[in-house]
Design a protein around this ligand. Structure first.
Ligand code: NAD
Length: 491
């Protein structure tokens, strides 16, 4: 059935779309390059309006039967889908690492297993949705989670499989059918995902994958008037464009966007643990939406803490992301590298000083040194805009009011991290920082049942646990008059 394939790290991957249960090619193709070694991985089908429309039509046709299965009918299929992902953790991880430069060990142990959990967790949760009632004096309100229809799911390159399954899981579990538009800088694991779903018995048309460039394939997809949901993870600027399309057709949209998150360190905390965690922000070369990139340190410990962070940062080994010892891999593309370097150059011009790093690392073309800027004023570009690279800034504070004011002084509100030894103070600060997620004395812990999303320009809505179903389902109230039936139920 497959028409065009490539072999990456010994794994055969289709480079075509997956529409209505079969591989579909396009005359136009785009080059997919590996950031690891600059090799040409694939020429991938570049979709446009025809492919996007065909995928939405297929999803529309498949919707009634998939919806009619109910959560219990979908459960075994989605469990097999999760098992299929789990069975191929090694292959998916190897392909993801070559495609986007993320650390192989992290993919094997955390990221790809999480993709399987995304499918399984929401399939289980969907079993618990219906049955909730609200008793009123005259009526009983039966709350029902109906499938909404066709969902367009658009994701970025920094963790494509994990971020896509985070949407595919609840969307399919709720009874919707989906069209996925993978990121053009790392499109391959979503193609494998389609094969795994198919092998698990996900019917034709229920899960479709349209490959292509954001401005063409993505734009055509979100402008299709026959969508019921658009779920987007990516940059704030792209969300603005997608929001305009969603507004035209009044399609509900969720958006998980960029951040410039604060990382607050109070004097009484475990400074070694905090320093280690600050250095961890360089993981994945800083290409992590949730990274705490503004390090805000209490005055009294600033000097010794800086030395601890410097030492911990020196231990963040740069290199090939397939090596176990590597902590910092490459940036994704030359274009992105130039963007990161541009931020660093302008920060210098604005008067900020690199405390370490600040230029390309002598490891490969796309490697940038872990960088920390001092002498930063909060209105500088480097303190306001998301770099999405291994670039942190260092600022100090002398009171809780001051650190909260600095922390909240951006257009973003995705996440925050706080290291603090005093629980009451920690909760006071945490409750005043504007963020969708605030970690206290930890970082990057994400329970699938917990709400996740961004405030301000970091996002619209929340996903995770019941919040995912609040978005992916059409929630209906069947309000039944008490005593209104001639034959009461069960009589
Ligand atoms: P991006 O916005 O450039 O692209 C994201 C996706 O949108 C890609 O699949 C792209 O092809 C598509 N796209 C681009 N233009 C489009 C258009 N006009 N219409 C429809 N689709 C279009 O983002 P990126 O560079 O791939 O990813 C980095 C950004 O993603 C960062 O800002 C990062 O913070 C954010 N991000 C957020 C989260 C989160 O959960 N909040 C997670 C990961 C990444």
């Amino acid at each position: 059935m497959t028409t065009n394939t490539v072999t990456v790290e010994g794994v055969e991957v289709s480079t075509d779309h997956w529409i209505d249960g079969r591989r579909v090619s396009s005359a136009e193709r785009f080059a997919d390059m590996s950031p690891v070694d600059g090799s040409h991985l694939a020429d991938v089908a570049s979709g446009g309006r025809a492919e996007a429309d065909a995928a939405v039509d297929a999803a529309r046709r498949a919707f009634p039967a998939w919806a009619a299965l109910g959560p219990e009918g979908r459960l075994p299929i989605l469990k097999r889908f999760a098992e299929g992902l789990r069975a191929r953790v090694g292959e998916l991880s190897a392909v993801e690492t070559m495609d986007n430069g993320s650390l192989l060990m992290a993919n094997v142990h955390r990221v790809v297993p999480r993709a399987a959990q995304n499918i399984e967790f929401f399939a289980d949760w969907a079993m618990t949705l219906d049955g909730h009632t609200i008793d009123s004096p005259e009526v009983v309100n039966h709350v029902k989670y109906d499938p909404a229809g066709v969902a367009a799911l658009i994701t970025p390159w920094n963790a494509p499989l994990m971020l896509t399954t985070w949407k595919v899981g609840p969307a399919l579990a709720a009874g919707n059918t989906v069209v996925v538009k993978p990121p053009e800088w790392a499109p391959l694991t979503c193609s494998l995902m389609a094969d795994i779903a198919h092998a698990a018995g996900v019917p034709a048309g229920v899960l479709n994958v349209v490959q292509g460039i954001g401005e063409t394939a993505g734009d055509a997809l979100v402008n299709n008037p026959d969508l019921n949901r658009i779920s987007f993870t990516g940059s704030t600027d792209t969300a603005r464009l997608i929001g305009q399309a969603a507004a035209r057709s009044i399609t509900a949209m969720s958006a998980e966007l960029g951040g410039k998150s604060p990382f607050i360190v109070c004097a009484d905390t475990d400074l070694d643990a905090a320093a280690q965690t600050v250095a961890g922000q360089y993981n994945n070369a800083g290409q992590v939406c949730l990274a705490g990139t503004r390090i805000l340190v209490e005055d009294s410990i600033a000097a010794p803490f800086l030395e601890k962070v410097r030492e911990a940062s020196q231990r963040m080994t740069l290199g090939d992301p397939r090596d176990k010892a590597t902590r910092v891999g490459p940036l994704i593309t030359r274009e992105h590298f130039d963007r990161v370097a541009g931020f660093v150059d302008r920060a210098r011009t604005d008067g900020a000083t690199p405390l370490w790093g600040g230029s390309r690392a002598d490891v490969g073309a796309l490697y940038f040194q872990p960088t920390m800027f001092g002498d930063v004023a909060s209105d500088m570009e480097i303190a306001q805009k998301e770099v999405f690279g291994p670039v942190l800034i260092w600022q100090t504070f002398s009171s809780d009011d001051e650190v909260i004011a600095i922390a909240n002084n951006t257009r973003y509100g995705l996440a925050g991290t706080l290291f603090c030894g005093d629980e009451a103070r920690a909760m006071r600060i945490a409750s005043r920082v504007v963020a969708g997620t605030l970690w206290v004395n930890c970082f990057f812990v994400r329970d699938l049942a917990a709400p996740f999303g961004g405030s301000r320009q970091s996002g619209i809505g929340r996903e995770g646990g019941s919040w995912s179903f609040d978005f992916y389902a059409d929630i209906k109230n069947i309000s039944v008059r008490k005593g209104g039936f001639k034959t009461p139920t069960g009589a």
